[in-house]
Design a binder for this molecule. Structure first.
Ligand SMILES: [Zn+2]
Length: 97
């Protein structure tokens, strides 16, 4: 049996709209309760969107409304701010690499 090349799952960043390997992207998830958060583990239940590990991409996705469109939810300024803060925390930890 010939070995098939493994396909890397690709996802699109909601900020820069580039296709990247799923594991290089940060998952943003809307829980069944409607709560939106960054999901560094990629295992939370709910509807997800993907974003680069970059504050610029998250900022762009928020500014252009891409994230709320993808998640089909309205984002309040408070939620947007907490997403930005969480992204900064993740970037400062750098434990995703
Ligand atoms: Zn991006």
């Amino acid at each position: 049996m010939p070995v098939k090349p493994r396909k890397i799952p690709m996802r699109m960043c909601v900020g820069c709209r580039e296709m990247k390997p799923k594991k290089e992207l940060l998952r943003v998830v809307r829980s069944p309760e409607g709560e939106v958060s960054l999901d560094a583990t990629g295992k939370k239940a709910g509807r997800g969107a993907y974003c680069c590990y970059q504050a610029e991409c998250l900022g762009r996705a928020l500014k252009q409304g891409q994230l709320s469109r993808q998640l089909e939810v309205q984002l309040t300024p408070e939620v947007e701010q907490s997403l930005r803060d969480t992204m900064q925390q993740l970037l400062s930890q750098e434990n995703h690499l």
